[in-house]
Write a protein that binds this ligand. Structure first.
Ligand code: ZN
Length: 246
């Protein structure tokens, strides 16, 4: 039986002489498919089944997995390919998608998050630190790990006069007044918590409309990355590579 679906290639494993097995993120979840002769230079599937290619796929169902019978590329995000650090970041996003997006359930929000982040990197519209942080907080929120950043976990205040403590494992924070009372140390400036709250509360497409100073950007990146590492069951292999390229 043949079926047509839009999806983006988020993983590829080379097999045989010129074939690859690809993982697609589609609106209906993750799909694995065999793409025969897709590594042949100039072949009809070569570009449209490459990593990061967003294509319309024609799939035919087989015993163990689908086979790609045709694919028409809609966007290949080729500018990302020309910069090693951006490419490494995109591959990290894809690895998180492989671990966190569902297999046979509605994944349209995951797909729009990935496409939107790749678009912003490809067109150089937003800086990498911001795209990465929004991606990390958004994908964790979609997967059921939304941080509880509305107010201080002790007094409920939505604001803080000074630096705060963010507990990554508990996914909550304590304001500077409450910290003073308990003698605990702060670990983040408050604007970082405000940025995370903005991401969690915004519509997906508006989640990038915030700014942070240079120091706060570094703290924001640290918070978002730690948050992924603390809640994901395995360490993404591609993250070290990205941090090395950066
Ligand atoms: Zn408080």
């Amino acid at each position: 039986m043949k079926t047509a679906v839009d999806g983006i290639v988020i993983w590829e494993v080379r097999t045989g002489e010129a074939d690859r097995v690809i993982t697609l993120l589609t609106p209906g979840g993750l799909v694995t498919a065999y793409a025969r002769s897709s590594l042949k230079p100039g072949g009809k599937l070569t570009g449209s089944t490459a990593m990061l290619s967003y294509s319309n796929f024609e799939l035919s169902s087989g015993k163990n997995m689908y086979t790609v019978t045709d694919a028409t590329s809609q966007n290949r995000f080729l500018s990302i390919y020309s910069r090693a650090d951006r490419y490494a970041l995109a591959v990290y996003f894809c690895e998180l998608m492989r671990y966190l997006a569902p297999t046979e359930e509605d994944s349209s929000e995951y797909l729009s998050l990935l496409l939107n982040c790749l678009y912003l990197l490809d067109e150089d519209i937003k800086p990498a630190w911001q795209v990465k942080g929004v991606f990390e907080i958004s994908i964790m929120s979609l997967s059921g790990y939304m941080p509880d950043v509305a107010g201080c976990s002790v007094c409920g205040s939505a604001d803080s006069s000074g630096a705060v403590f963010f507990d990554s494992l508990e996914a909550s924070w304590v304001c500077s007044d409450c910290l003073r009372r308990t003698g605990r140390q702060a670990n983040y400036p408050f604007p970082v918590i405000a940025a995370v709250r903005y991401i969690v509360m915004s519509e997906a497409r508006k989640a990038f409309s915030f700014t942070l100073g240079d120091d706060a950007q570094r703290d924001f990146s640290r918070l978002c990355e730690d948050y992924v590492l603390n809640h994901l069951e395995r360490k993404p292999k591609t993250l070290d590579f990205y941090n090395m390229m950066r």
